[in-house]
Design a protein around this ligand. Structure first.
Ligand code: PRP
Length: 185
């Protein structure tokens, strides 16, 4: 049963799950036998669903850390430059770090986090995103691993929200236009 607010499903739960296995396999092959442990930093809130599914298929031992970056509020458009809220609990110097986010859109969030973490001198720094919207990019940022490349459509589900809602949906979809006009209620 699809959520009644959705116009269409873009990625089913099955499609997402099978792609996550492939991405995890690529990450495992990259770190296999070369690193003892990674620090995986997930970008709250949107990436928690992807992160939770991804890490259960990673064979490289990891420590989990979180960073909160807020930039979009309840809008579908970027309002301000990304702000990093709070600090990491891990000391990442000389550690192998993997940043995980739900979506690479303009690229401003990842670029900001990447440069802040890189300044702490990790042994290596890689990035993995669930979704990539290359048409929206405002810089040259590219993720090392990406689940799906999608066109410039506003999507919800699988961790992605509209006005804080729909993150729990196990699939990815677009909202009916009427939902946007009701959003202030
Ligand atoms: C979303 C998403 C990414 C960021 C990507 O975060 O989770 O972190 O935007 O956009 P960008 O590439 O244009 O910078 P949001 O601020 O909506 O917070 P959320 O993770 O809590 O949903």
């Amino acid at each position: 049963m699809i959520n009644a607010d959705l116009e269409k499903v873009i990625l089913s739960a099955e499609e997402i799950n099978s792609r996550i296995l492939e991405v995890a396999d690529e990450i495992n092959r990259h770190y296999h036998h070369t690193v003892r442990e990674i620090i995986l930093i997930t970008l709250l809130d949107g990436a928690i669903v992807f992160t939770a599914d991804l890490i259960r298929h990673l064979s490289v031992p990891l420590r989990l850390d979180c960073i909160r970056v807020s930039s979009y509020g309840n809008s579908t458009n970027p309002e301000t430059a990304p702000r990093i809220l709070g600090t990491l609990k891990s000391d990442v110097e000389d550690k192998h770090v993997l940043l995980v986010d739900d979506i690479l859109d303009t690229g401003n969030t990842m670029q900001k986090v990447f440069s802040e973490v890189a300044a702490k001198k990790p042994a290596s720094l890689k990035t993995c995103v669930f979704l990539d919207k290359p048409d929206r990019r405002q810089n040259n940022f590219q993720a090392d691993w990406s689940g799906f490349s999608i066109p410039d459509e506003f999507v919800v589900g699988y961790g992605l929200d509209y006005a804080g809602r729909y993150r729990e949906l196990p699939y990815l979809g677009t909202l009916k236009p009427s939902i946007y006009s009701q959003s202030s209620s």
